[in-house]
Design a protein. Structure first.
Length: 277
């Protein structure tokens, strides 16, 4: 016996051991956070024609040392993705997979996923490899520490990113600016994939957009959301945080789905949901 503590067996145990050994302030600088043992994170993954990446994104999601339920919604893929998911669903016990019988869009797939979420916190994860699930612990911390009810990632406030298309960047900044005018928020990246919600928030909002209009719609409705108050009085509004996230954008040749017409649709949705419930 050398007197050393036994080595931790799982990633979650290893993180807890590191925090207890090195101290929480130091570990936070390394991106290691204390996660409540009773927390369940619902990861909602909309999928459309992602045969090339579905295995790897699920591997990365599973590797995050947080208890999770993984909810995959296939939006009628025709490239073999559905067949891969059916095989994985039968083989693996940690997936909840739902299949749309016609292609409806990302927003519709997310609505299906949100309805079936049971974790205290819900996060959106695209099925491509543009965003890194290893950032989940950092993204959920403001909610875990009761500082926020909703957390947005941001590709524009400090993290590494692939140098990509200027006109996409400009369109994103314009849409975020216009959204901020109507929501009175000061977001830097309204169109980001990584959006994290307390489950009661996202399940308390009535969403309608089927495609990429989900982003401005959910932003407008989160900005107006109020928790139930006492004695019939309006409750408090959502507390919203932004966390920097890394980004490795795809080109159209690599399988990027969003198109210029989706930017026009987002503009329409910003105006449509500026005041509508």
């Amino acid at each position: 016996m050398d007197g050393c503590s036994p080595s931790p067996q799982s990633d979650a145990d290893r993180w807890k051991w590191l925090i207890d050994t090195l101290g929480e302030p130091f570990c936070r600088k390394l991106g290691i956070f204390r996660i409540p043992e009773d927390l369940t994170l619902s990861v909602v993954i909309p999928v459309y024609k992602e045969k090339a990446t579905i295995h790897e994104i699920l591997r990365r999601v599973r590797a995050v040392p947080i208890r999770k339920e993984i909810i995959v919604v296939d939006d009628y893929s025709t490239d073999g993705t559905r067949e891969i998911l059916r095989e994985m669903e039968q083989r693996d016990g940690d997936l909840k997979v739902f299949y749309h019988e016609r292609n409806q869009g990302k927003g519709a797939a997310l609505r299906t996923g949100f309805r079936h979420a049971t974790g205290q916190i819900v996060i959106v994860q695209d099925a491509d490899l543009e965003y890194d699930p290893a950032q989940y612990p950092q993204l959920i911390q403001p909610i875990v520490e009761d500082q926020a009810d909703v957390v947005y990632g941001s590709r524009f406030i400090g993290e590494t990113h692939r140098v990509h298309l200027f006109w996409h960047y400009l369109a994103n900044k314009f849409l975020t600016f216009l959204s901020n005018i109507f929501t009175n928020l000061n977001l830097t990246d309204m169109e980001v994939c990584y959006k994290v919600f307390r489950r009661e928030v996202i399940q308390g909002i009535r969403l309608q957009s089927d495609r990429f209009g989900f982003e401005p719609e959910v932003t407008a409705k989160v900005a107006r959301f109020r928790f139930p108050g006492e004695n019939g009085q309006p409750g408090r509004r959502c507390r919203i945080y932004e966390i920097p996230v890394s980004y490795h954008g795809r080109t159209y040749r690599e399988g990027k789905h969003i198109r210029p017409k989706d930017g026009v649709q987002a503009l329409y949705c910003i105006l449509r949901y500026a005041f509508a419930d």
